[in-house]
Design a protein around this ligand. Structure first.
Ligand code: TPP
Length: 815
């Protein structure tokens, strides 16, 4: 064999050493001895000491040599001493917290950190390293494991406040709402080893594992945006992942993909896999196809430091490197902290039925503070007694607390906004003067000198100028951009993301223009004036879940911004269902947290098949309660304009779901005269004054309204009125009653929808219509119930649509 140079020997260990490193405190992982490491001699012994100890670094897949060298230097140099007294203090505190809780609240879930309490000194070190580099805030996303411990030892909540939640001291504050204690967000201050103050923002999260990841990053991005150039330095995002969840949940993988994208980067996220080598009852070999749960992170060219959690000095060292690496290279980085889980998944769960051998081994392991103190020859007895005494005193005090102790204040940038019930007094003027619209129209088409616009786009832009001068009716795409332009000029930042959103899926937006010679991108709305609020528009990655989570997070920390996410077609939003159910619909109810996020969901039956027709109106309506969100379907460009402006200009911060048109985008019937933008407001219900003697009323929402009007015209029908329901929720009851009252001769009210009977607004509307249309007869016209939203045949669609219209105009025999 060719003799190996020391460099080549080291290279083998740099590449494969992590596979033979001493990472698993219980020895559950199958040992691996890659043949590349079967080298002998002095260099091999040195390399083995560097690469096969308690830290296994995976970094040779990183293409950038400088980054590899940065890591190799640290792995191959004697580490600076760790402040072992500080580490021990944190191990004891975190280690005792759990048994004290257990002693008082037997049989209550707490998702103990025992077996991996090194997490607390790891986070302490990360905060110190980050503060050394300028961090002032940390946004922390994590799930259940160790959350209460983190609340007390990192966020700085008092132990008695957390204990009081176990006492369930203030049930009235939760009646019909609220959340369990290990989901609650919290804000606090952390004083680092070097005396710096770091604000900690622990993000509220649902049970859905890893769902919080993109929300935390969206929040971090918003906080960074507030700080402009200092943002990525001052705000450190930290995510704690469960091992099984990280390996399995698609959101985690989608979120990793956001790391280096312009629209989503946060300058690097530090990630810790809190790896207890078990997921509820399942073993790693059943939950991950590769050796390490953290392997999913190898989709990015970033280092992964696997580290044995029973060696807190090594864990703390890896923690510092991770943060330093993030700051040095603005990159994501992973610490895979491998320990064990001392109890069952929760403390009411007996793990010995599924992992009896492992749990016999765990039963004889001392807490890590004991082994650490022995290694460093500390006498812990007095300190342990003191801390235990403190915790027991906190337990006693907790029983005297009467008010829900973990209620939170929103940051001051929320002062100008409110949630709660809808109040008409919050309505604002959304009309814009004609001169202003004309000025914006001109700005929309202004490009830098020498910029070559595509001739088709040029034609559209020329039309836009004419529209804003009142020479043509305004179409949807133009109305939308006018809404953004006018808001920007009034001081409201706008952030719009979605797949292909810069151009627009239906070629309708052209918010960004592309030079035909160079492909350079230019966004007129971002370049209207030197001092203007940010206009951001990004083509998102092909993800629904993580990007919706991200925008929700962004909206949580930038309420002044109009934040919009657009689905390519409305049906694809169900890829983000967790965010719709758990955050958008329920966030205010569970956590008292507000969001003004807008979802733009193209909707309408146009013969494009099951997945390109419906935005699942019914699902949103089913989630609607206690004014938790707004669900609207504007039928005209002007309505869209006023709706978007209303969302930004009102103090009320509520998610807004907009069912947007596709084919109708350029339809003359949906276009609006300029005067409808220069006057008026968003109308929740649109009526027709001229049909006072109508005997029938059709009530509908969206595109079908236009089709009904066209059909009525075709038939020369003069006894049917059509009422457009532009807002479905909060239900505009008063406005609808007023609309019906304008039609005293009407004896029949018909709800017409293009969706099947088990979908659309039918279930929501019919009981309401029956109640408020009394004594008129109420019936409905819809497609037959169907498991799939729409037919795949264009011709079948045409037949269905024709039948719907015919039925809508057929007078019921009973009336
Ligand atoms: C999306 C989702 N699926 C399933 C569950 C149920 N569940 C709760 S914890 C858990 C195991 C998690 O294992 P891991 O990620 O390793 O974290 P650990 O509890 O071991 O810290 C499961 C399956 C859930 N909460 N969320």
């Amino acid at each position: 064999m060719v003799p190996r140079t020391d460099e080549a020997v080291f290279d083998a260990f740099r590449r494969w050493g992590y596979l033979a490193a001493d990472l698993d405190p219980l020895g559950c992982m199958q040992p691996l001895a890659p043949p590349e490491l079967s080298l002998e001699g002095e260099a091999a012994a040195r390399a083995r000491r560097c690469y096969c100890g308690s830290i296994g670094a995976e970094f040779m897949h990183i293409p950038d040599a400088e980054r590899r060298q940065w890591i190799a230097e640290r792995m191959e140099t004697d580490p600076p001493p760790v402040d072992s007294a500080r580490v021990l203090e944190r191990l004891i505190r975190a280690g005792l917290f759990e048994p004290v809780l257990q002693s008082r609240y037997i049989g209550t879930k707490r998702f103990s950190l025992e077996g991996i309490v090194a997490l607390i000194p790891v986070m302490d070190e990360m905060l110190d390293a980050a503060a050394d580099r300028g961090a002032e805030q940390m946004v922390l996303g994590m799930s259940h494991r160790g959350r209460l411990n983190v609340m007390v030892h990192i966020v700085g909540k008092s132990a008695e406040d957390v204990f009081a939640r176990f006492e369930d001291v203030d049930p009235r504050s939760f009646l019909g709402g609220g959340d369990v204690k290990y989901h609650l967000g919290a804000t606090g201050d952390y004083v680092t080893a070097h005396g710096a103050d770091v604000e900690i923002h622990l993000v509220s999260n649902p049970s859905h594992l890893e769902a919080v990841d993109p929300v935390a990053l969206g929040r971090a991005r918003a906080k960074q945006a507030r700080l402009c150039a200092r943002g990525t330095t001052c705000v450190l995002p930290l995510l704690l992942h469960g091992d099984a969840a990280f390996a399995g949940q698609g959101t985690a993988a989608e979120t990793l993909n956001l790391a280096n994208l312009d629209g989503y980067t946060v300058g690097g996220t530090v990630r810790v896999v809190v790896n207890n080598l078990i997921g509820f009852t399942a073993n790693p070999q059943d939950t991950s196809s590769s050796r390490f749960a953290a392997d999913v992170a190898k989709r990015l060219p970033i280092p992964i430091f696997h580290v044995n959690a029973e060696d807190p000095d090594a864990a703390v060292r890896a923690a510092r490197w991770a943060v330093e690496y993030r700051y040095q290279f603005h990159s994501d980085v992973v610490v895979d902290l491998i320990g064990y889980r001392r109890h069952g998944h929760s403390e009411i769960d007996d793990p010995t039925t599924t992992q009896p051998v492992r749990y016999r081994r765990i039963a004889v392991l001392p807490p890590v503070w004991e082994s650490y103190a022995r290694r460093h020859q500390f006498d812990t007895a007095p300190r342990v007694a003191e801390i235990r005494g403190e915790l027991e005193a906190a337990l006693k005090r907790a029983r005297t607390i009467r008010k829900n102790p973990l209620l939170r204040q929103l940051p001051s940038y929320w002062d100008a906004f409110q949630g709660g019930a809808y109040d008409p007094a919050m309505e604002v003027d959304t009309a814009v003067r004609a001169e202003e619209l004309s000025a914006i129209g001109k700005l929309l088409v202004r490009v830098p000198a020498g910029f070559s616009i595509h001739p088709k786009v040029k034609k559209l832009l020329d039309q836009r100028v004419q529209m804003t001068e009142g020479r043509h009716a305004i179409d949807f795409g133009t109305a939308e951009l006018l809404a953004y332009g006018s808001l920007l000029r009034q001081g409201t930042p706008v952030r719009l993301t979605g797949q292909d959103s810069r151009r627009g899926t239906f070629n309708q937006r052209h918010a960004t223009l592309f030079d035909t010679e160079t492909e350079a991108a230019y966004t007129p709305l971002a370049n209207m004036a030197l001092q203007q609020p940010a206009f951001e528009v990004y083509d998102s990655p092909l993800s629904e879940a993580a990007v919706v989570g991200f925008e929700y997070g962004y909206s949580r920390d930038y309420p002044e911004t109009l934040v919009l996410w657009e689905a390519q077609f409305g049906d694809f939003a169900n890829g983000a269902q967790v965010y719709i159910d758990q955050f958008i619909a329920a966030g205010e109810d569970k956590w008292g947290l507000l969001s003004g996020l807008v979802l733009l969901l193209p909707h309408g039956y146009e013969g494009q098949g099951p997945e390109h027709s419906s935005a699942r109106v019914e699902r949103f309506l089913q989630l609607a309660a206690r004014d938790n969100m707004q669900i609207c379907q504007p039928t005209t460009a002007a309505q869209c304009f006023h709706l978007l402006r209303r969302q930004a200009l009102r103090r009320w911060r509520k998610p807004l779901v907009v069912f947007t048109p596709k084919g109708m985008l350029r339809h003359p019937a949906a276009a609006s005269p300029l005067q409808e933008l220069t006057s008026g407001r968003f109308l929740t219900v649109i009526t027709e004054g001229e049909l006072m003697d109508a005997t029938r009323v059709l009530v509908a929402t969206g595109k079908i309204v236009h089709e009904l009007r066209a059909e009525r015209k075709k038939r020369g029908d003069t006894h049917t009125a059509i009422v457009a329901l532009e807002q479905l929720y909060p239900f505009p009851e008063k406005e609808l009653i007023a609309a019906l009252n304008q039609l005293p001769a009407a004896r029949e009210v018909v709800w017409v929808q293009e969706e099947p009977a088990n979908m659309g607004a039918l279930f929501f509307l019919m009981p309401r219509l029956r109640r408020l249309a009394k004594p008129r007869a109420v019936r409905s016209v819809k497609l037959s119930a169907s498991p799939s939203p729409a037919t795949g045949s264009v011709k079948a669609h045409e037949v269905q649509q024709k039948t719907l219209l015919a039925l809508a105009f057929a007078t019921a025999k009973a009336v």
